[in-house]
Design a protein around this ligand. Structure first.
Ligand SMILES: Nc1ncnc2c1ncn2[C@@H]1O[C@H](COP(=O)(O)OP(=O)(O)OP(=O)(O)O)[C@@H](O)[C@H]1O
Ligand SMILES: [Mg+2]
Length: 451
């Protein structure tokens, strides 16, 4: 408040100095003007936060000053002072953009209150504008880089959802940043100080799932010589990230459902229930609705997990983010490996932009790291791009039928096999490589006895 500058515009000297001294007693910095002309000079000379102006002035009226201030100093607050009985003028002043009005004669208290109220709402507006600008300009959230509109919307949702305890299901292709988004949700939440426990549901042998999740009581089986907490207990007060939740074997699903519903679980070999305050974040690159239909995923568990869906866009749908991501990964690789590289040649940049990135951000990150590592004397070379990136894009009509024709069945089988190989056995990804719906892909696998 000590830095707030107010310009008092009032032609009557006594009134002016009275108002000024009230304001000075409250530590406002006050400038005075007895006319429109003097007010203009003051406004030019030094910036003010607020203008308190009488309506009737010797060389014009308050509307003129108000309109000038609105046109030239839109950030300056404006309070119009009108004589008693001229409320219509006050209404007009508000219409023209005054923040408030005061009717003469006014009390000292009314004056101070009006000024404080106006300054406070101005400050709030400024703050909101600043936040909005920050949101618009920001190209990352925690570790997530992205300024494409789809990513900006995602950042916004992540921030909103971080404030809640809602269960969130992160979906999206492999390498789109599901885990990174889960970590951001945790880092921005009130649980940030608590643990973030990530469990890869696909990596735990089926027989160990229950003890991994719920822990083991001492003596539960031969060799269990002491109690061991599971993931739910470990994540108490924090977040539990169920990665690749679509791979959960059906046997464990009812038990998981129960914890999600009741927040309680029983360790293996235990008789007492335990409770844990855990926020669940889950991720999958499978289409869980397909898994539900196929009977591999319980519908009730699906609905429990999918309280709020969060879809990560594939990189090919937000290519404008490629240059920023390249910069991000270049800096990261340079830091990691203690090397420095110059700017990427235009040819390399173009290829990076043109590639469709089926492995999404992870694939781009790996390609950039490789370019940085293989750079000679800090010079990045197109020769070091992975073959998939330099190969011309797969196109619908790029395929040439051999002059002698082919066996359709054998061709289809070979495509399926190659897709599975490329995707290292990941069927969802293999289906995407062939641009087939997952179900249609499974059907064809079955047809060829490949499933
Ligand atoms: N928006 C992003 N900004 C910066 N780095 C990203 C972004 N998205 C992903 N990455 C990076 O790409 C890699 C893969 O991300 P992440 O592990 O979160 O993907 P995922 O969706 O969980 O993939 P998967 O389904 O294969 O597990 C990580 O190294 C991550 O840091
Ligand atoms: Mg992941």
């Amino acid at each position: 408040m000590s830095e707030t500058r107010v310009l008092v515009v009032e032609d009557e000297a006594d009134q002016r100095s009275l108002v000024s001294s009230i304001l000075r007693s409250r530590k406002y910095l006050v400038a005075e003007a007895e006319s429109l002309a003097a007010a203009r000079v003051q406004l030019e000379a030094s910036p003010v936060d607020l203008v308190l102006s009488d309506w009737k002035l010797p060389d014009g009226d308050g509307t003129e000053l108000l309109q000038e201030v609105r046109a030239e100093h839109p950030g300056v607050a404006f309070i119009t002072v009108t004589a008693y009985g001229t409320i219509a003028r006050a209404v007009e002043a508000i219409r023209l953009g005054a923040d408030d009005y005061l009717a003469k004669p006014f009390e000292r208290q009314a004056l101070l209150l009006a000024i404080e109220k106006v300054l406070r709402s101005r400050r709030l507006e400024d703050e909101n504008r600043r936040l909005a600008e920050e949101l618009g300009e920001r190209d990352r959230l925690v570790d997530l880089v992205g300024s494409a509109p789809s990513m900006q919307r995602l950042f916004h949702r992540v921030e909103k959802l971080a404030a809640t305890d809602a269960t969130i299901l992160l979906t999206g292709e492999s390498g789109t940043g599901k885990e990174l988004a889960a970590r951001a949700l945790h880092a921005l939440s009130r649980r940030a100080e608590g643990p973030f426990v990530a469990v890869n549901c696909a990596a735990i042998p089926e027989g160990l799932l229950e003890s991994e999740f719920f822990g083991v009581e001492k003596g539960a089986y031969t060799g269990a010589d002491r109690s061991r907490p599971g993931n739910f207990a470990a994540a108490d007060g924090g977040s539990l990230f169920l990665d690749e939740v679509g791979e959960l074997p059906t046997a464990i699903q009812p038990k998981l459902l129960r914890v999600l519903q009741e927040g309680r679980f029983t360790p293996v070999g235990g008789s007492r229930e335990q409770a844990a305050d855990v926020r669940i974040l889950a991720a999958t690159n499978r289409d869980l609705t397909v898994e539900v239909e196929a009977g591999r995923f319980r519908e009730d568990l699906y609905y429990r997990l999918n309280v709020v869906p969060l879809q990560m866009p594939p990189l090919r749908d937000r290519r404008e983010d490629v240059p920023r991501l390249v910069e991000h990964f270049t800096a990261r690789a340079a830091r990691r490996h203690g090397v420095r590289v110059g700017p990427f040649p235009a040819g390399v940049q173009r290829r990076l932009l043109d590639h469709s990135w089926p492995g999404n951000v992870r694939e781009l990150g790996n390609a950039v790291e490789r370019l940085v590592l293989l750079a000679e004397d800090g010079r990045v070379s197109a020769d070091d791009l992975p073959a998939e990136v330099t190969r011309p894009a797969r196109s619908a009509n790029g395929f040439q039928l051999p002059p002698g024709g082919l066996s359709w069945e054998a061709h289809e089988r070979s495509c399926l096999q190659q897709a599975l190989e490329h995707a290292a056995g990941n069927r969802a990804q293999a289906a995407r490589l062939l641009d087939l719906p997952y179900k249609a892909f499974l059907y064809r696998l079955e047809k060829h006895g490949l499933s």
